[in-house]
Design a protein around this ligand. Sequence first.
Ligand SMILES: [Zn+2]
Length: 213
Amino acid sequence: MPYKVSVISEGYSKETKEKYMIANCTCTVVQGDVNMVVDTLSPSDASIILAGLDRLLLKPEDIQYCIGTHGHTDHIGNLNLFPHATHIVGHIISENNKYWTHPFDIGKDYVIDQDVTIIPTPGHTLSCITVAVNTPDLGMVAIAGDLFEREDDIGNPLLWQTAGSESLQKQLENRFKIINMADHIIPGHGPMFKVLPEYKESLKFQLEQGLFT
Ligand SMILES: [Zn+2]
């Protein structure tokens, strides 16, 4: 069955004058031979996810994989809506009380089927992952978590660099890798965007320039 990718809640992030940011992640549902939820919002948002699934005529028990692109609270707040799913959060996979580590750290992808692959994309955290889905309508969609903060961070790298990065260099390299694989990117804190040729040029230039020039 061909895959379909739907953003059920668009993420955002804003600085404030206080010590905190205002933020929530983008939550995405993948439907096809396997159904997945990628990034489950903040702990107060169960009703948003349930309503989003309902619009797609899905129930929580229809979801086989529940993915957290990384272990920050705004991306893993509702894992317990999916007690029967396989959970993948960063490099750790779990089913009920069974836990194991996939070797993402040595660059090994986790292949779900011919159209869905989970790719290690360290940077924002060292265990960040990206879900890559082949779709008939949008081409390759990369659900990239905070590897990309939002579309504007292509032209304004300070947006992702100041959002927190455990390895700026790795993040720079993986942003370049994903922009060259994907037709559309779903960033951690903004709407899905189409990859334009100038975005590839821009990230090539940024990689060649390096971080501190
Ligand atoms: Zn985030």
